[in-house]
Every structure is written in C-alpha cells, then in structure tokens.
Design a protein. Structure first.
Length: 497
C-alpha cells in the first residue's frame, strides 16, 4: 500500500515552509522553505511593512514541489492539508478573489493611532471585557487605516482575510476564517462569542466583510480543480486546520491544556500559555487570543507574552563583547564558572524597541553593577542570558496574576534553549520543568490537519511520536540563589522605568 501523507504549510514573513508527515510513523518525510534568503518586506515609509500575498503563494508552490520530489510522493497520497501563518496581517480581496493591495503585515505600526483612538472612545471596560485586548495595532486597526487613507480601494473590498485564509482561498477557491483568527485581529467578541459588532460599528465596517467562520479543526474546504492542476495535488483533498504561528507553535509542542506553556527564544522571545477561563491583563502587557481548541462550549485561551530583546541581546554580546570569532557554544563554556547571579552584574535586555510587557515603554538595554576589579567578559555574557530569562519570568508573573499555574514549559531545542545556563536559570527561577522537543511549525500544521480530518482521534494520538529530547528539572538546592538574583534584577528594572 502506498504511503499516506499530511501536508503542512507555515507562511512566515521570512519564508514559506512546507512539510510532508508520514501518517503511519508520524515522522517528517520531507521539508523545504522558500525563498532560501529572507523574503523582502516593503517599507514605503518608516514603520510600514507590506508583503505581496502572491509572493507567499509562489513560495508555497516552490516548497511543495521540492518536498513532493524529495519524498517521491504523488498528489493522491496527500490526505489533508494544514496551514500555519504569520499573525495579524491584513489581506483584502474583491468579489473575483483578486488581491486589492499588498498585505499590511504584523510588524507594520501605522495603525497604532487608530487602535488607541478606538480604545479611548470605546473605553477599557468594553474593549478588555469583550476583546480581551486593546484594538492596538491589530488587523482591525489596519483596516481602519485603509478605510481612511484608501477609501476607493476600501469600497471594493469583498472580504478581509488573514495570511492563512488567503492560502486556503488559493487552494480551494473558497473564503472562510476561524474564531481563533478573528480573535487575533480584534474581530472576536469573547462575551458574545461572535464577531465584535461594537468594534465593527465603531470603525464603520460592514459585518459582510468578515468571511464565514469554520472550526479550527474541521474540513474547512477542499482543493479545487484549478489548484489541483496547478500544484499536482488531488482535487477534493481536505484543508482541515489553520492557525496563527504562535498558537500553532503551541500545538506543535502538544500544548493544549490550562497551565501548559510553549516558549521560543530567537531574536525575540515568546511565552505562550493556555488559560481555561476568559481573562485579560488590565494593563494589556500580554495579549489574549482564542487557542486552537477554543470552541463555543470550551474556553481555551492562548496568552501571549512577547519580549523583543532576547536572542538579539545574546547576538549583540557575541559580536561586541565576546572574543572575536567565538561561537555561541564557546560562550556558554566561558560562562560555566561564573556563579548564579553573575556576582552582582545585572543586564536589562530591552534594547530592541518598546516592550509591551513594560506598557509599551522603550527603556533600552543597560548593564548594572560592574566592578572593574572583579568582573570579566564572562560575567557580562552570563548576566545577559540571566537578564533574558528574568524578562521572561517578569512577564510570566503577569500570566500567573491572570490565573495561570505554570508548571511545565515546552520548547523546541533551538536558539537560546541550546544554552544549558539559559535552561537551568529559567527552570530555577520559574520552578517549572522544561521539556525540549524536536518540532517545527509546518510539521505541526500537518498534524493539525490530521486531527481536523479525523485521521487522528485527538492531539495525544497526533503527537504520540513527538520526540522529547531533554527534561530540565528545577534545582531545588539552588532555588534561593536564582530567586535572589531575580529579585535584584527586578529592583534594577524598577529604577529604570
């Protein structure tokens, strides 16, 4: 019998990745991404960021072609398709499904004044109570910018979509979206459990602009005849899962239940935790969206903490402080003999723009407590990694105030999680067990599709083969040392803000 595969796409701002997962073994059979160098982002003005949706589609086709060839797979062997995508982007199409303008993507900041104006006009209680966030710089505010600045184009909009909705449209010829997707755009009312009419009315948007809503895990649409011919897939193949990149990263790590945490620590860092009750941070220091398993009957929310200044600080230290030519692993070896707390050196890591966890303050990165007679480069290196961990824990305290009991952190073995000092410090301060896995967003999307079309009965079956690489338990004997260093860091931060 021929092998059966699940296909996952991960539509990022840097590239589009595709993976084939073998249904029987649960293992990735082939993976590829395009372009091989970072995809262009158009910045017509400072603070703007746009990409062509057609570029995403072209890159998806190239990645698909390569993995099918690498795996020796035929179109009829692909049994379901899942999609992960960069969150908060705005795609506008007309009645003929033609894109009206380049997508305004997640890192575009032009809509900030529109979100702030809406928040002030509608009030904190209304916005936070129903949307769980300020309208901020999310998709709804981006559409408000289009309405005011491109009124003729706005009149021709038939439906608005997120990037993943667009790829699904190209695959199927149908336009639809999910409650999870609408929540990340500030279009979902968590009290009414329907599109947020009060915000649509405030901005002057017709509810007709919102696409029909389908469950995250379901046969949302099927591959059309035209797409099948273009891609070499089989007509009628179900598209049965879609989610934003951070909820999907949590899914990829099998994070579905209250108190479970998924974390990444690349250039910026994310801690994404699942909450079982509808709640929000009154200061909007973290964002709350519908998680992949949120339904009308089950409240499962994803609380998203994003720290801009994480791995980028470690990279800056390597370039500017560490001996020339040294590797990250060499840096970690140099730090090993420096005690917990870096003998009094503290680094505030917020040097990559305004931080939401600091209520959008931009305080910069700073180094404190250096003694010229005692401290070395290795102290600064360790203090940098500790400062990154402490910023995570500072944000996790907000999540705990919202009712999240953090006992376990799931992460991919990549970026900062390759550092033993980083891992031990995070476990030591948070008191949580850290589990490291071999995982990937496009593989997660493929397995999500397997759940959505019924190949897997649930997430535990889908991720039964998820490879656990390491478990880091908190060191109870050193807990006081970690907490003392964290307390000193918090005192330093308080003086900085």
């Amino acid at each position: 019998m021929d092998k059966q595969y699940l296909l996952g796409f991960d539509v990022g701002s840097s590239s589009v990745k595709a993976s084939l997962v073998d249904v029987e073994s649960g293992q990735c059979a082939a993976t590829a991404f395009f372009p091989e160098h970072e995809a262009p982002i158009k910045a017509v003005k400072a603070g703007w960021a746009e990409q062509s949706p057609e570029m995403w589609w072209d890159n998806a086709k190239l990645a698909l072609r390569k993995i099918m060839a690498d795996a020796g797979a035929k179109g009829e062997q692909v049994k379901a398709i899942g999609i992960s995508y960069q969150m908060h982007g705005l795609v506008c199409v007309d009645k003929n499904q033609q894109v009206l303008r380049d997508s305004i993507i997640w890192c575009d900041s032009r809509a900030v004044p529109y979100g702030e104006k809406a928040f002030n006009a509608l009030g904190a209680d209304q916005c936070l109570g129903h949307l769980l966030n300020s309208p901020g710089n999310f998709t709804a505010a981006k559409l408000a910018w289009v309405k005011e600045n491109e009124p003729k184009l706005f009149e021709n909009i038939y439906k608005i979509m997120l990037p993943g909705d667009y790829i699904a449209m190209r695959l199927s010829g149908e336009i639809n979206t999910t409650a999870s997707g609408l929540s990340e755009g500030m279009f979902w009312d968590f009290k009414e459990k329907r599109p947020a009419k009060f915000l649509l009315d405030y901005f002057g948007f017709s509810e007709d602009l919102i696409a029909p809503i389908v469950p995250t895990f379901s046969v949302q649409s099927v591959v059309s005849k035209a797409a099948a011919e273009e891609l070499g897939l089989q007509e009628g193949t179900p598209i049965s899962y879609r989610a934003g990149d951070q909820p999907n990263n949590a899914l990829s790590l099998n994070v579905f239940n209250p108190g479970e945490i998924a974390s990444t620590a690349g250039t910026s860092g994310v801690v994404y935790g699942v909450l079982g009750d509808v709640n929000y941070d009154p200061k909007s220091r973290v964002n709350t969206f519908a998680h992949v398993n949120y339904t009308q009957d089950l409240d499962r929310l994803g609380v998203l903490l994003c720290i801009n200044g994480t791995g980028i600080l470690n990279a800056w230290i390597r370039r500017n402080v560490a001996p020339e030519g040294i590797s990250y692993s060499d840096m970690n070896v140099m730090m090993e003999n420096i005690p917990i707390g870096s003998e009094g050196v503290s680094i505030i890591p917020f040097g990559n723009g305004a931080e939401r966890v600091l209520e959008n303050r931009e305080i910069g990165c700073s180094i404190h407590g250096i003694n010229f007679n005692k401290h070395s480069k290795a102290h600064i290196m360790r203090a940098a990694q500790e400062g990154i961990v402490f910023s995570f824990c500072y944000g996790m305290e907000v999540m705990q105030q919202m009712g999240m009991d953090i006992k376990k952190i799931h992460a991919g073995r990549a970026n900062m999680f390759l550092s033993d000092i980083f891992r031990q410090t995070l476990a030591g301060v948070s008191g949580a067990t850290i589990e490291l896995y071999e995982t990937d967003g496009s593989v997660g999307a493929a397995k999500g599709a397997g759940i959505g079309c019924g190949i897997y009965k649930d997430n535990d079956e889908a991720f039964a083969t998820l490879k656990k690489l390491a478990v880091i338990e908190p060191d109870s004997q050193k807990r006081d040392e970690y907490l003392a260093a964290y307390a000193r860091w918090k005192e330093t931060l308080a003086k900085s803000i």
